[in-house]
Design a protein around this ligand. Structure first.
Ligand code: ADP
Ligand code: 5GP
Length: 187
């Protein structure tokens, strides 16, 4: 039976970079769960690839229709959610589904999928390193970076509730650790 891998981390920890290195590994047979969000696309993001970019009205209609496994207002007026239809399609196709969600979403998905899920927390070496990475990524306005750092400490307090913690100090080491944890879980 196909399984699910849940990635959580404060924004800027390197989660997308690590996930991006794992997705092409054919032996893992991974599919990325495309979440819905009301935030605007960032950089080169495309609708339907990184996210389904929805208006607040469209997002609300999905809430009312009970279409989400979970959803969160991660930042003020910025909603993110996992659509049941999206995930069911991928699991039915026999793929192992990878989630990139906030800590509340991660907890809820772990509860929903139980032993079928591996939850991984990607931890930055420090808040200062996180600030440098967000600034270095240069995709967010200073106010957005401040919001993300404000939330980071709160999110870090969730780390012990995850199946595995991967510290992303040296990127290659972190990629290897994540790869090994997933490979073990799937075998
Ligand atoms: P997230 O998806 O967690 O928000 P990203 O993967 O976008 O984070 O990474 C944030 C920034 O930090 C990117 O510019 C990325 O290249 C950089 N980065 C990721 N891992 C490391 C690392 N181990 N050391 C230094 N910079 C890193
Ligand atoms: P970003 O705007 O940087 O892409 O994502 C911001 C935060 O929202 C990240 O912590 C990301 O993991 C989280 N997120 C993305 N999709 C979902 C989702 O479907 N549900 C929840 N709960 N969080 C999500």
């Amino acid at each position: 039976m196909s399984k699910v891998i849940i990635f959580c981390a404060p924004s800027g920890s390197g989660k997308s970079t690590i996930i991006g290195s794992l997705m092409p590994r054919e032996e893992l047979n991974l599919a990325f769960s495309v979440s819905a969000t009301t935030r605007p696309p960032r950089g080169q993001e495309r609708d339907g690839v990184e996210y389904l970019f929805l208006s607040p009205e469209q997002f609300r209609a999905h809430i009312v229709a009970d279409d989400f496994i979970e959803y969160e207002e991660v930042y003020a007026d910025r909603f993110y959610g996992t659509l049941k239809s999206q995930v069911e399609k991928q699991l039915a196709a026999g793929q192992n589904v990878v989630f990139d969600v906030d800590v509340h979403g991660g907890m809820r998905l772990k509860e929903y999928f139980g032993d079928r899920a591996l939850s991984l927390f990607i931890q930055p070496p420090s808040i200062d390193a996180l600030r440098q990475r967000l600034e270095g990524r240069a995709t967010d306005a200073p106010e957005v970076i401040r919001q993300r750092l404000d939330r980071a400490e709160y999110e870090l307090s969730f780390a012990p509730r995850f199946d595995r913690i991967v510290v992303n100090d040296d990127l290659e080491t972190a990629k290897q650790e994540a790869y090994k944890a997933i490979q073990e879980f799937l075998s």
